[in-house]
Design a protein around this ligand. Structure first.
Ligand code: KG4
Ligand code: ZN
Length: 343
């Protein structure tokens, strides 16, 4: 079964072709980062318009790269939420319409399910069940993953997402957008022994996170120092160490509580080098193993949507002809794949 995947939930237009026998045939990605850089964040209306501009040329490029004809597609998967509603509607309308025109089934995919299943695209995928740490610009979640569509949220952020905290802290240090990777680069030059930031919510039991206080702590520390490159690097390093340490402490707790050793790290912050190193060490120390999707599949992409859609279409799930997109869609409301009975 050959599935076209379409991702347009935020500021990346991603398209991919996944085949049940041959794996990923091709994937293309266009990032709107430059478009939003002047504004210091994603402008929803501009994002929607840019998806409209880029989707069809990218689709043509995808088929060209894969060297196949659109007639070979057996199903279409598109991100239907959660995300920016205008941006989602572009991918949903395109995906649903193409499926109708080609006479093949279409399936609406949950963006976070895409992230959670992205490591299954790798040559050595983790077996179910596994624990997933999903750390992106919009989400920080610890999830027990029993199978496709079997998700139990163990903990989540009560305020800012980890990526959001990276971006906001980077902004106060006057780093360019998007801040996460820039802050991580600056932290490389920072003396780790100069400053120490708190590890929020690690003193009490539980698996929830809170990162907004850490951002305020960084702001107050930065204001109390001489504005010099050395001090900026020390703040960046102390902030990164605090976020990484906090995530490691909660992951250790989750592995011990569940008795599961397989830890999957997904989402854009999963590209952070120091976080990867520490989580790798943690999983080994706990007698397990950490799994990371390839960096290009950590951030938003069409391949993860094509794969998640493939798993659902294969089980007979497909949608009616309505074009559906939803800005809010709780992850734990998902069901394992299977034919959907419309009421
Ligand atoms: O998953 P993603 O591409 O988009 C969604 O939010 O869905 O994640 C983007 C987030 C941004 O907040 C970005 O700053 C952060 O991931 N990020 C990083 C790094 N690379 C990307 N944060 C810390 N260190 C990095 N190396
Ligand atoms: Zn994402």
């Amino acid at each position: 079964m050959l599935v076209l995947g379409i991702e347009t939930s935020c500021d990346e237009t991603g398209l991919a072709l996944y085949d049940g026998d041959c794996g990923l045939l091709a994937h293309v990605l266009y990032s709107q980062v430059e478009l939003h850089a002047d504004y210091g964040g994603v402008v929803p209306e501009l994002a929607s318009r840019d998806h409209v501009r880029k989707a069809i040329p990218l689709l043509r490029e995808l088929f060209r790269q894969a060297g196949i004809d659109a007639g070979a597609v057996d199903g279409v998967a598109y991100t239907a939420g959660p995300g920016l509603i205008g941006a989602l509607l572009v991918g949903a309308a395109l995906g649903r319409s193409l499926a109708w025109a080609w006479g093949v089934p279409a399936v609406a995919v949950h963006h976070l399910e895409g992230h959670l299943l992205a490591p299954l695209l790798d040559a050595e995928p983790p077996a179910f069940p596994f624990i997933a740490l999903l750390v992106s610009g919009g989400h920080t979640l610890l999830v027990w993953v029993g199978g496709v569509g079997e998700y139990r949220i163990l903990g989540e952020s009560v305020d800012d997402a980890a990526g959001e905290a990276f971006d906001k802290t980077a902004k106060l240090l006057n780093l360019p957008y998007p801040g996460g990777p820039a802050l991580a680069r600056l932290a490389e030059q920072g003396n780790p022994d100069r400053l120490r930031f708190p590890r929020p919510m690690t003193e009490r039991p539980g698996l929830d996170f809170s990162f907004s206080g850490l951002k305020t702590f960084a702001l107050n520390t930065w204001r109390s120092l001489e504005p010099s490159p050395d001090n900026a690097a020390a703040v960046a390093r102390a902030f990164e160490d605090a976020v990484v340490d906090t995530l490691v402490i909660k992951c250790r707790r989750a592995l011990r509580q569940t008795g599961i050793g397989r830890l999957v790290v997904a989402g854009g912050v999963g590209a952070n080098r120091r976080l990867r190193e520490h989580l790798r060490e943690l999983a080994v120390a706990e007698g397990g193993r950490a799994y990371f999707p390839r960096p290009e599949f950590c951030t938003d992409n069409g391949a993860m949507i094509a794969y998640a859609g493939y798993r659902r279409l294969l089980a007979g799930q497909c949608d009616d002809l309505a074009i559906r997109a939803t800005a809010r869609w709780p992850l734990d409301s998902l069901q394992p794949p299977g034919p959907v009975v419309q009421s």
